[in-house]
Design a protein. Structure first.
Lengths: 317, 471
C-alpha cells in the first residue's frame, strides 16, 4: 500500500479517537463543574481540562479566561483548535475522502454522515445546543465509524494502520484524561479519600463509559489506586494504557507478518508493552501519577514517530 | 423558439420511436414521485461523494453537479455512425501527433500551416523525435458532439489531454438502474460498465519497452483539492490500481517507483490527470511541487509510459481543430464520417472581417480556452458585451475562433415546472491503445437554464444518463 495511504488511514484512526476523547473530556468537565467548588481551593476544573487536552495555550491566546461556554466552543466547534471535535471530524472525513478507495462504502458513509450532520449542527443557534447532546452525538458517530470498520473492512494492512492510529491515540488520551484528575486535586492532597475525591474518580470512570465495568472488575470502594490500576494496567479495561499499547503492538506484529520484515516500530512497541507488563500500581504512585503519565505520553509520542519513520514516511527501502 | 431546434423526443406532437417507452414512464410518474426520486438521486450522489468544485467560485466545495433523471436515447443505427466517426477521428488525431513530433509530413505537404503547430504553446519540444509505445499519444480521446437534426451531428471539439467526466457516465447509469429497474427491463439498453476494464487494458497495452511481467498502472492526481478528484479515485478503484500524487513517486536507476509501506514498487504506466507543465519540474516548471523530478528522462528511455503523452494538447486546440478533417483524409485516406462545425479563424484577415461584421450572430471562443470560460455567445449578449469582446478580439486576433450559433438539439428534461426541452451535447470517451475501443454511451451534458446553450458544468450545466438501444 502507498505510504501516503497508510498515513491517511492512521490519521483517520487518530482523529476519530481524539474527537471521541474530546467529547469525553467535555463530559468530565461538565460533571465536575456541577460540584460546589468555591472555597475548596480547587483550580478551575475547566482550566484543568484544557491543560489535559493540551489546548490551554491556544485557548488562552484566543479567549483569555476559561469560561465554560468558551471552552465548550473551543473544544467542540473551533476550527482554530486542531483537537476540537469539529476539526477532528472534518479532518477524519477529509482523510477518508483522500483514501476513499481503501475504505468500504459503509466506513465512508459513517465518516461522511458525521461530517454532514456536523455542518447542520453548526448552522443551529448555539442557545439550542446542550453540551450533553453534543457529546452524546459525537460518541454515537464515533461508534458508528468504529462499528463500520469492525464489521466491513478487510483485515489487511490498511486495517492495521487504522487500528494503530486508534490505539496510539487512545493510549495518549486515556493518560491525558487521567491527568485531569491530577490537575483538579493537586492543591489539596488531604482531600484524597474523601467523598469528593471518590465523586471525581467516579466522574472520570463515567466519562470513559467504564463506571459499571469498574465495579464488575473491582467491587467495593472507589479508590485512587483501584482506578489507576484499572485505567493504566488492567487488560480487561478497553481503554487502559496496557490494552491500548498491547493493541498497537498486535497491529504492528500483523504488519511484520504481512510484509515479512521487522522494523524499529515493532521493537519500540514491544519495549513499551514489556515495561507496562512489569509495572505495578505502587510503582506508579511512587513515581508520582502525574510524572508517570507525562512520561508515558512522551513514550507514546516517540512510538508514533517510529511508526511514521518506518511505514508512513515513504522512506522505507 | 422551441420549434427552431431539433427535439430528440418529439417530432411535432408525435413521439419518436426510441423514446416511446419513456413517454409511458413519465405519464406514470406524478410530480410527488418525481420529487422523491430526485431527492433520492441527490442523496445517492452525495453519499457516494460525487461532488464538483468550481474553480475560483468559492462557495460550497461539496456542490453536486445537477443530475437530470430524464435519459437521452440513441438508436443502434445512430450510434454505429457516431462510433465510426469517433474512432476514425481518434486514429487521425494520434497519427497527427506522431507525425508532428516526427517528420511533420502533413506540414511539409502544406495541408496545415506549420506555425499553428510549431508555434503552439501546447507543442512540447521535449517530445520531438520520440514515439510513445504503440504510437499512441492520446489514450483517452473525449470528442464533444452536438446534434442539430435527425442526421446532423457535428464535432464541437476534441479533448486529447485528459478529458474528465467519464465517472458521471458510469455513476448516472448506476443510479438510474438502481432507481428505475423497470425502465431497464422494458428498454434494451447497451451497458457501459465495461469502460473501466477497457481503460485498464488500454493502459496496460501501452506498457513501456523495459516493463517486465504484468504492468503496474497508476493514476496520477494533483490531489484531493482538485475538482475532479472524485473521478480520479473512482477510476482507480474500479481498475484496482493505486491513486498516486507526485510525492508518492520517485525516479531511481532509470525507472519510476512509488513509495509503499513495503518499500519502493516499480510503476510502468502512469495515467496522469495533471497538466504537462506539472509532470516533471526538471523538464517543465521548476516551481511545481506536483510532479516527479526526472520523470521525463525515464519516459524517453522507455522506463515508464505516460498517458496521455506530454504535448498531446497540440492536436486539440480550437485552431488546429479546423484541420482535423484534413488529418482524416491525409493519414487515413478516408472521408470524415463526422463533420466539424464551420469555423472562422480570426488569425486569417478575411475570416476576421467576417467575424467582426457578424459578431452578434456568432459564438467566439479563445483558441486555448475550455470549460465555457472566456467565450462570447453573440445572440445571448448585450450590445455592450459584444463591443467589449470586439476590443478583445482586435487586441489579439490569433487567440480567437468563431462559429455560427448552433441550433443544439433538445432533449426533454425535468425542470421545476415539469418536463421541458433543454439543449444537450454529448461527450463519448474513446480509448486508444493496442486497439481502439468505445463503450456505447457517453456523457450527455444538459443546459438546465431555459434557452441556454452552454452545457459546461462550470456554467450551471447538468448531466443525463445516455442510452444506446440494442437492436
Amino acid at each position: 500500500m502507498l505510504s501516503r495511504t497508510a498515513d491517511n488511514l492512521f490519521w483517520i484512526g487518530r482523529y476519530m479517537e481524539r474527537a471521541e476523547m474530546t467529547a469525553r473530556l467535555l463530559e468530565v468537565g461538565a460533571r465536575i463543574a456541577l460540584l460546589p467548588s468555591a472555597g475548596h481551593g480547587y483550580r478551575n476544573e475547566w482550566e484543568s481540562l484544557l491543560q489535559a487536552s493540551g489546548t490551554a495555550a491556544g485557548f488562552a491566546a484566543k479567549y483569555g479566561d476559561p469560561v465554560q461556554r468558551n471552552i465548550e466552543s473551543y473544544l467542540f466547534f473551533d476550527r482554530d483548535n486542531p483537537s476540537s471535535i469539529a476539526s477532528c471530524l472534518e479532518r477524519a472525513r477529509e482523510n477518508g475522502r483522500i483514501v476513499r478507495t481503501a475504505l468500504t462504502s459503509q466506513v465512508w458513509d459513517a465518516l461522511n454522515t458525521a461530517f454532514q450532520e456536523l455542518r447542520r449542527i453548526e448552522r443551529r443557534p448555539r442557545s439550542q445546543l446542550e453540551l450533553g447532546e453534543l457529546t452524546e452525538w459525537t460518541m454515537r458517530h464515533a461508534a458508528q465509524v468504529r462499528g463500520a470498520i469492525d464489521t466491513t473492512l478487510l483485515r489487511n494492512d490498511g486495517y492495521d494502520f487504522l487500528g494503530l492510529g486508534y490505539r496510539l491515540e487512545r493510549a495518549d488520551n486515556t493518560a491525558r484524561l487521567l491527568d485531569v484528575k491530577y490537575y483538579v486535586l493537586l492543591p489539596r492532597a488531604d482531600y484524597v479519600g474523601t467523598g469528593l475525591d471518590s465523586y471525581q474518580w467516579t466522574t472520570l470512570l463515567r466519562a470513559l463509559s467504564a463506571h459499571r465495568a469498574f465495579h464488575w472488575a473491582y467491587g467495593g470502594d472507589i479508590t485512587a489506586a483501584k482506578v489507576a490500576d484499572f485505567l493504566i494496567l488492567n487488560r480487561q479495561c478497553p481503554r487502559s494504557l496496557t490494552t491500548s499499547v498491547v493493541g498497537a503492538a498486535v497491529h504492528l506484529d500483523n504488519l511484520a507478518v504481512a510484509y515479512g520484515r521487522l522494523t524499529a516500530a515493532q521493537d519500540a512497541a514491544d519495549a513499551l508493552r514489556d515495561e507496562l507488563a512489569r509495572l505495578t500500581i505502587e510503582a506508579v504512585f511512587a513515581e508520582g501519577l502525574h510524572e508517570f503519565l507525562s512520561r508515558f505520553i512522551r513514550r507514546t509520542a516517540a512510538l508514533s514517530a517510529v511508526v511514521h519513520d518506518a511505514y508512513l514516511s515513504g522512506e522505507m527501502r | 423558439m422551441g420549434s427552431a431546434y431539433f427535439n430528440e423526443m418529439f417530432d411535432g406532437a408525435t413521439v419518436r420511436g426510441p423514446y416511446a417507452r419513456l413517454e409511458d414512464w413519465t405519464r406514470a410518474m406524478p410530480a410527488e414521485l418525481r420529487q422523491m426520486k430526485q431527492a433520492e438521486a441527490e442523496a445517492l450522489f452525495r453519499r457516494i461523494g460525487i461532488t464538483f468544485a468550481v474553480y475560483g467560485e468559492g462557495g460550497d466545495p461539496d456542490r453536486l453537479i445537477p443530475f437530470d433523471m430524464f435519459p437521452r436515447v440513441f438508436t443502434q443505427g445512430e450510434w454505429r455512425r457516431l462510433e465510426r466517426g469517433i474512432k476514425q477521428r481518434a486514429r487521425a488525431l494520434n497519427a497527427f501527433l506522431v507525425d508532428v513530433y516526427g517528420r511533420g509530413e502533413i506540414l511539409r505537404a502544406g495541408r496545415i500551416p506549420a506555425h499553428l503547430v510549431y508555434g503552439n504553446v501546447a507543442y512540447e519540444k521535449a517530445m520531438v523525435g520520440f514515439v510513445p509505445p504503440k504510437g499512441v499519444f492520446s489514450h483517452i480521446v473525449g470528442i464533444d458532439i452536438v446534434r442539430t437534426g435527425p442526421e446532423e451531428f457535428f464535432v464541437l471539439e476534441d479533448n486529447c489531454r485528459t478529458p474528465s467526466g467519464v465517472s458521471y457516465m458510469l455513476e448516472t447509469r448506476e443510479i438510474m438502474m438502481r432507481m428505475f429497474p423497470a425502465l431497464f427491463r422494458e428498454n434494451r439498453i447497451e451497458p457501459v460498465e465495461a469502460y473501466s476494464e477497457l481503460l485498464r487494458r488500454t493502459l496496460a497495452s501501452v506498457a513501456p519497452a523495459r516493463c517486465e511481467g504484468e504492468p503496474t498502472v497508476v493514476i496520477l492526481t494533483p490531489g484531493h483539492y482538485n475538482s475532479a478528484y472524485y473521478e480520479h479515485s473512482f477510476l482507480a478503484d474500479l481498475m484496482g490500481v493505486e491513486l498516486v500524487e507526485g510525492p508518492d513517486l520517485f525516479v531511481e536507476g532509470g525507472l519510476c517507483w512509488m513509495r509503499t509501506t513495503e518499500g519502493p514498487k516499480r510503476v510502468d504506466v502512469i495515467y496522469r490527470r495533471i497538466d504537462d507543465a506539472f509532470l516533471d519540474p526538471l523538464c517543465f516548471r521548476p516551481d511545481s511541487m506536483l510532479g516527479v523530478p526526472g520523470l521525463m528522462d525515464v519516459y524517453r528511455s522507455g522506463g515508464v509510459t505516460i498517458a496521455s503523452a506530454p504535448g498531446a494538447g497540440v492536436s486539440d486546440d480550437k485552431a488546429v481543430y479546423t484541420y482535423v478533417p484534413e488529418m482524416v483524409r491525409f493519414y487515413l485516406g478516408e472521408e470524415p464520417v463526422l463533420q466539424n462545425v464551420p469555423t472562422w479563424q480570426c488569425a486569417k484577415p478575411e475570416d476576421l472581417k467576417h467575424v467582426l461584421a457578424h459578431l452578434s450572430d456568432l459564438v467566439v471562443k479563445e483558441v486555448h480556452g475550455s470549460g465555457g470560460y472566456g467565450m462570447l455567445v453573440g445572440p445571448k449578449s448585450t450590445a455592450a458585451e459584444v463591443e467589449a469582446f470586439r476590443q478583445k478580439i482586435l487586441a489579439d486576433p490569433e487567440n480567437y475562433i468563431a462559429q455560427p450559433t448552433l441550433a443544439l438539439s433538445t432533449c426533454p428534461s425535468f425542470v421545476a415546472e415539469g418536463i421541458a426541452p433543454r439543449h444537450v451535447d454529448l461527450r463519448p470517451y474513446c480509448l486508444v491503445g493496442e486497439t481502439i475501443e468505445l463503450v456505447p454511451g457517453g456523457l450527455t451534458r444538459v443546459a438546465l437554464t431555459e434557452g441556454s446553450l452552454v452545457v459546461n458544468s462550470s456554467q450551471g450545466g447538468g448531466v443525463k444518463d445516455t442510452w444506446v438501444l440494442a437492436e
